[in-house]
Design a protein around this ligand. Sequence first.
Ligand code: ZN
Length: 501
Amino acid sequence: MTREEEVTGGAMAAVGAAGHPGEDPARGERAGTGEGAPSGPGTGEGASSGPGTAGEGPYGREAADSEDAARPGRARPGDTEAPVTGEDGEDGGTRPAAIALVLLGLVILAVAAFSTPWRVLTGGPPDPARDFSAAQIARSQAFDAATTLPSYLSLALTVIIAGILVATPFSARVLGRLQGPWWVRVVLGALVITVLAEVIRWPLGIWVETILRDYGLSIQDWAGWAGDRLKNLGVEVVLLCVMLLALVALARRVRRWWIPAAVGAFALTVVTSFVYPVVFEPLFNDFSSMRQGPLRTNLLEMAERDGVPVEDVLVADASRRTTALNAYVSGFGATRRIVVYDTLLQAPQREVELVVAHELGHAKYDDVLYGTVIGALGAGFGAIALFLVLKPLRRRTGVTSITDPRAVGVVMGLMTVGSLIMGPAQNVISRHIEARADEHALDLTRDPATFIAMQKRLSLTNISDLSPDAVEYVLYASHPSGPERIAAARAWAELNGVPAP
Ligand SMILES: [Zn+2]
């Protein structure tokens, strides 16, 4: 939840991600998991999709409040499916839920509209040929061509799997064979669906990883790759189970469960985003303080000049799995941190400063916090939408109530559908936020020449798509393209009377 990989893009979704300067090398699996669980590096960076997105897909993820759920004493005997709550009719308040859904949707739109910097500096039309050689452009196109097919196959698989879950009785049939008390069946159900989906996706993951290795972006061995992927999946499953258990427990005892579920989803998203840097990120990387020296001194001085209190800059040991360059901001309040990949430290010091200046822009504008709030509201929205949509789907899915542990597959499918729908909107917001962070970096450093050099390095090292087509842009681009960012820097230079190459 929380962080946006910069490089990767999509993290905003993650709830709050704040981005990074880079670009995601691994476009391939971007479509990734679909459901936004927080992704570790595994997916992303090769996968960072969610950016590492950590994203929990905020949208569409419904979580429930576990407090209520945990209240002892009222539990029904494990095997009964009996819905306490009717799911029918006047039941849980279809009309109030619909009204709440519309109102919450308006609130989300208002917060997104208010917090997104719609007017950002943009340059003229991007022109890759001005800054990149023919060979460099050809390499980027070749990488793009290689990853396009697995990327779209991955997206197609996500759509198909979600479609099967939400529109057929498949998962109800499979999960109907599980035995045990309801909570055991919920956990097993989440595991079964997750494992099935992962088994189907595994070959695509291998394919993408092979391409990343061919291009020198990934330097992980298969054990490391599989380990990252499984850890990522583990985190996803744990969060999913917490959410599902709370949701089902609520629905078993509260008629209008959508109300506490929406509140709980909001709270769970905020908490996850807050603790993400200290609880989840260390599962994937080791972090150390940037060592004493002129670079560190300059960075902290720059932060101070910027009015952004930063006590430390952390370095992640990304070089054990990738050659890609990245940096990001994650967490907020007491957990906020600026992280740079150790791979970035090979770059000239001045370029590293430009990257960090960009991250300071995210910190200064509280991009992670706003992203988290929007994501959390989206999660609440998802909880209410879930309540409303289950009923019309029941004939197709064979699941009549959320209290039925077999509903787990339907809920997971709906979450995936939600994150697929929200992805392009998140990218639009993210691109504006990234452009603002770039502008901030330029204002702070007044050094467009180094900014442009840094963008070229990021684009070349990460083998970014220098001219993404419209579909790729809509689906995957959480950042403006390298040439767009360079064009914006030239526009800034002209506006400010500073020379730029
Ligand atoms: Zn960024």
